[in-house]
Every structure is written in C-alpha cells, then in structure tokens.
Design a protein around this ligand. Structure first.
Ligand SMILES: *Cc1c(COP(=O)(O)O)cnc(C)c1O
Length: 389
C-alpha cells in the first residue's frame, strides 16, 4: 500500500488529451494512415554542424563528469553574444544567464522560487500548459488572463492591472505565442513592464519561438523593453530554433536576483546539462543566421499550403507570422474536443483541441506544421470530405 497522493498533485487537472490519445491508438491499431498535426516537435533532424560538435565533445572525458550547476562559462558567453547580436540586449554571463535542461524545466521550477501557498500567478488563457500546472504544484493560484482574437491574442494591460491587485508574484507571457501564433511588439512589452514596476510582480517571458519568424518584423526580446531587466526574466531554448527538442537545452536570462533564485531551486534538484550538449549549444549559437534559413522557408511553404487548403474548405485562418502552428476556429457551435475527435476518427488527422490550452481555447483547434507539405495538402483534403452541416 502506498500513501495517498499529495493535495498539490491531486489539484492538477486530469490529462486532457487522454481520450484523444486512446482514439489515436485505436486508429493506428486499425492500420489507418494517421497524419499527426498534434505535436509541436520539429520533424527535421538537428543540423549536421551541431551533430559534429557533439560528436567531438562526447569523446572528451572532461565532459563526462557532473556539469557545473550554473552551466559552462563558454555556453553562457555564447548566449550573451547571441543576445547582443540578435536582440541588441546586453547580458552579464555570470549573473544574468542560467542554462536550463530545456526551457520547460526552468519555466516550471520558477514558481518554487517565488510563491508561498495561496500566492497568485497570472497565466495567459490559452497557454502552454506548464505555466498553470507548475503554479499549482508550487501551491499557487493560477489566474487566467484571456487572450482574445479581437485583441490579436495579446494580453490586455487592463486585465493584467485588474488581476494583479493582490498577492500576485509572477506573470507568464509567451510571444511569438503557442498556440495562437500571435507576435508582440516592443511597445506591448513596455506597457507590461510599467505595470510590473508599479505592482511588484515578476514577468516571466517565454521566447521559445522568436527565431521562427515566417514574415513581418523579427520578433523582439522582451528584455529589449526599457526597464525589463528590473522586473523580468526571459526563457529561451535551442529546441525549436535548431530542431533540438530531444537534447534538452535552454536558458533563463534577465534579472540577476530572479536568476539567482531559480539557480538556488535548481541546485537542489538537478546537476546541470551534460557538458557535451552545452558544447553543441555553443556551436548552434555561433552559427550564422542563414544556417536555418531553408528551415524557415520550409515552414513558410507549409503554412501557406495548409492555410490555402483550409480556406478552400471555408475554414478561414489568418496566416501566423511566426511559430509553426495554425490556430483554427472550428465550425460554428461545435466543441474543440468533438471536432478534434471527429477529424481523428473520420479523416485520420490528429489536431489538438484548443481547450487543452485553457478554457479560452474552446472553439479552436491547433494544427502543427511539423509534417511535409504533401501530407499537409492531404490532411486538408481529408478534412474537406467531412460534412459539418
Ligand atoms: C516548445 C516550447 C518550449 C520549449 O521547451 P524546451 O523545454 O526548451 O524544449 C517552451 N515554451 C513553449 C511555449 C513551447 O511551445
């Protein structure tokens, strides 16, 4: 007999995609040819120049031992140089950068550094699920900030002001945004920084998709907003930029005290990133921007193919300027889960029901552009055969 589970674990919502996963297994077992637009995981391999750096590093015995908790100096310096080049943001590699075992790890550990039981965390709705669940695991209270289509899926400063009146410790933001594909500009970040300065909460900006800009201006770093470093940290990752999701490497950067606090939590839980992976990370960050240009071109072509395919079915989608997701409104009066379920069972296409990202995601499904263009065309055709009357 094992003891009953903790209250904090029991507070986590049930796994929302359980039904979808079981439908997926059934369809596969029946031998159907599934097109999976469900997972936000690049299908292309990690570039060869990164593999070569890793292959060399793995033969060096100095990389086989425990890594330093705060990461290799060379990796932190490569991050600082990349931020300066890419965003014109200056970072102190010693005090303002903390390597992470993937950015999810740091995003999820952050509440442990700031929350006492009952403290509030503002989370966008819809959002990447760990912001909410990590808040709950730390004993905090997630408070939803709606992202409305009418406001281009930007958090409304009025909502943030209203929600942050008492005991608010953290505000999570994520632009370019998963799941909506929305992009924020510097003036938006400036507004939010001003609110944080007045109300005294920490901004945690998740910047995982800044390099997946398909068109329009290149997305800014939140830290480029004046005063941002006084009130916030930014989380970044090699996962999406360099097709390295399985490698587990990212970082937090920005406010030195927040970085130190997160580092203190982590030093009691993990022992850093395998050093050979950090060496490969340096190679990735030192590559010229054009190294990933053909990858971006591919996502652009896929986006246009799926947007056009869906438009022919009278499922109009605004093409996202960044990320590899389409955030698609389901036919009027239908529920996300019912639509995703039917698309899976009858068209054998996997899409993610929007309510899995929060209640405000109801009425949408997310489609990831992580399969070849021919499969996206096929997916649109198959979905087109369904009648919704
Ligand atoms: C994929 C993704 C990440 C990256 O996670 P890693 O742990 O760095 O692989 C972070 N935030 C969002 C919103 C994502 O979609």
């Amino acid at each position: 007999m094992i003891p009953p589970l903790s209250r904090r674990l029991l507070r986590l919502p049930p796994y929302l995609f359980a039904q979808l996963d079981s439908d997926k297994r059934v369809a596969r077992a029946q031998g159907h040819d599934l097109i999976d637009l469900g997972v936000g995981d690049p299908d292309s391999p990690t570039p060869a120049f990164i593999l070569s750096a890793m292959a060399r590093a793995i033969r060096d015995p100095r990389n086989h031992r425990y890594a330093l908790d705060q990461g290799m100096p060379a990796f932190r310096e490569a991050i600082a140089a990349w931020y300066e080049r890419r965003f014109r943001v200056r970072l102190d590699p010693q005090r303002e950068i903390l390597p992470l075992i993937g950015s999810k790890e740091g995003l999820a550990h952050l509440p442990l550094a700031f929350l006492d039981p009952g403290d509030r965390v503002l989370v966008p709705d819809p959002c990447y699920p760990p912001y909410r669940t990590a808040t709950l695991l730390a004993g905090g209270v997630p408070v939803a900030i709606p992202l409305r289509e009418s406001n281009a899926f930007l958090a409304d400063p009025a909502d943030i002001r209203k929600a942050s009146r008492q005991r608010t410790k953290i505000l999570y933001l994520n632009y370019p945004n998963n799941p909506t594909g929305a992009v924020a500009s510097l003036p938006f970040f400036q507004d939010v920084v001003r609110i944080a300065q007045r109300r005294g909460f920490l901004i945690a900006h998740d910047a995982a998709y800044t390099e997946l800009a398909l068109d329009g201006p290149r997305p800014p770093s939140f830290l480029a907003a004046p005063g941002a470093k006084e009130v916030g940290v930014e989380f970044h990752s090699l996962s999406k930029t360099f097709n390295m999701t399985g490698w587990r490497i990212g970082w937090a950067c920005g406010n030195a005290q927040a970085i130190a606090a997160l580092g203190k939590v982590k030093s009691n839980m993990d022992s850093g990133i395998f050093q050979a992976i950090q060496v490969a990370g340096v190679a990735a960050l030192e590559a010229p921007a054009r190294a990933m240009a053909s990858q971006l071109q591919e996502y652009r072509r896929r986006r246009d193919a799926l947007v056009n395919g869906l438009a022919r079915l009278a499922w109009p989608v605004k093409p996202p300027q960044a990320t590899f997701y389409l955030w698609v409104r389901v036919p009027q009066g239908r529920h996300s889960a019912a639509v995703a379920g039917r698309i899976l069972r009858e068209a054998h296409v996997v899409v993610t029901p929007g309510n899995g990202f929060g209640p405000a995601g109801e009425g949408y499904v997310r489609m990831a552009l992580t399969v070849p263009i021919s499969r996206l065309r096929q997916a649109a055709q198959r979905i087109g055969r369904l009648v919704w009357s």
